[in-house]
Write a new protein. Structure first.
Length: 94
């Protein structure tokens, strides 16, 4: 570390990163997460998936943006997603 600059791979778990939640002001949203998903609900009750781009976090805390399908919400209002090309279904923050 020369002059306090680190060139190692960044990690979202490091304390010096600003969190998205600090800036995620929902005051100006025209719809909440549930309302967006509700728009894809058909008359027979089936829900169409919503394509999105989400930040996929790795075990080391780093992350990269990947295409995904939003399939629902959990109790903390995090999106439930299926990543393209993988069978797992992790949670993605709003």
């Amino acid at each position: 570390l020369q002059r306090g600059i680190s060139f190692r791979r960044s990690s979202w778990k490091d304390d010096h990163w600003l969190k998205l939640d600090d800036f995620d002001n929902t005051e100006y949203d025209i719809r909440g997460p549930a309302a967006w998903l509700e728009m894809g609900t058909q008359d027979d009750g089936t829900r169409l998936p919503v394509r999105a781009t989400g930040l996929r976090l790795e075990e080391d805390g780093s992350g990269t943006w990947h295409e995904c399908i939003v399939t629902g919400l959990d109790e903390r209002q995090r999106f439930i997603v299926s990543w393209f090309g993988t069978p797992d279904e992790p949670l993605a923050s709003r």
